[in-house]
Design a protein around this ligand. Structure first.
Ligand code: AP5
Length: 218
């Protein structure tokens, strides 16, 4: 059996930060729907162009396009042992589509850590975030600054600020999250897969709580 973990949480909760750490501890692949869309935008594909028109406004990319992209990614051989999903599913339609896909593969979502943090903290995190151009590694100008300003500690590539990390677009993303993604909390709670993780703690402490939720020793 493969292990599929869904990281839930609002924009800025720390899903990407924690997924990057968890892949070291679990050997699983990190699949971020946002990173996949940004890769398409960078490569100027048709999907990228379309996705950009939604992402720049803080809206969700339509379900059918998102589901097709994730299905294709999960079918790759590096996902044989499973994956940590970050940013997907984000609607009930996506969650149901993922369930059907995994059912067909004889797999299931194992556990759904739900990382929470207050809205003012989320806005501060998003507006201070710096992202690595090559691989999407994330830093924060106050909470996890890179050793050298503007340069990724991990791969040396340039750090940039995402277009959707302005305060105005971040607020819109949080509204969309409340409307479209919050119903997933109950969806996974009913399936007894949800584990709430307090995200308003130092990064290392959040990791410790996540590892405990996943029953993995640090
Ligand atoms: P996406 O890229 O998925 O963005 P998001 O969900 O809005 O999440 P973020 O990446 O903003 O936050 P995060 O929780 O990963 O936080 P991070 O670890 O970076 O999606 C972008 C867009 O793509 C969407 O708006 C939508 O348009 C589209 N899209 C994506 N998926 C889709 C889907 N499934 N369906 C439809 N559309 C989709 O941390 C944030 C900052 O805080 C960093 O600077 C970090 O260093 C810092 N930080 C993290 N943890 C801590 C901590 N514990 N203490 C202090 N600082 C911390």
């Amino acid at each position: 059996m493969a292990t599929y973990i869904v990281l839930l949480g609002s924009p800025g909760a720390g899903k990407g930060t924690q997924a990057d750490i968890l892949i070291e501890q679990t050997g699983l692949v990190h699949i971020s729907s946002g990173d996949l869309f940004r890769e398409h935008i960078k490569n100027k594909t048709d999907l990228g162009q379309l996705a950009d028109s939604y992402m720049s406004k803080g809206e969700l990319v339509p379900d059918d396009l998102t589901i097709a992209m994730i299905k294709e990614r999960i079918s790759k051989s590096d996902c044989e042992r499973g994956a940590i999903l970050d940013g997907f599913p984000r609607t009930l339609v996506q969650a149901e589509a993922m369930k059907t896909t995994l059912d067909e593969m004889g797999e299931k979502v194992e556990v759904v850590p739900y990382i929470t943090a207050p809205e003012e903290i989320l806005i501060e995190r998003l507006s201070g975030r710096w992202t690595c151009r090559a691989s999407g590694h994330v830093f924060h100008n106050l909470y996890s600054p890179p050793a050298k300003k503007g340069v990724c500690d991990i791969d040396g590539s340039e750090l940039y600020q995402r277009d959707d990390d302005t305060v105005e677009t971040a607020k819109k993303r949080l509204r969309v999250y409340t409307e479209k993604t919050l119903p997933l909390i109950n969806y996974y709670r009913k399936q007894e897969k949800l584990v709430e993780i307090q995200g308003n703690q130092p990064i290392e402490k959040v990791t410790k709580d996540l590892l405990a939720a996943l029953s993995i020793e640090a």
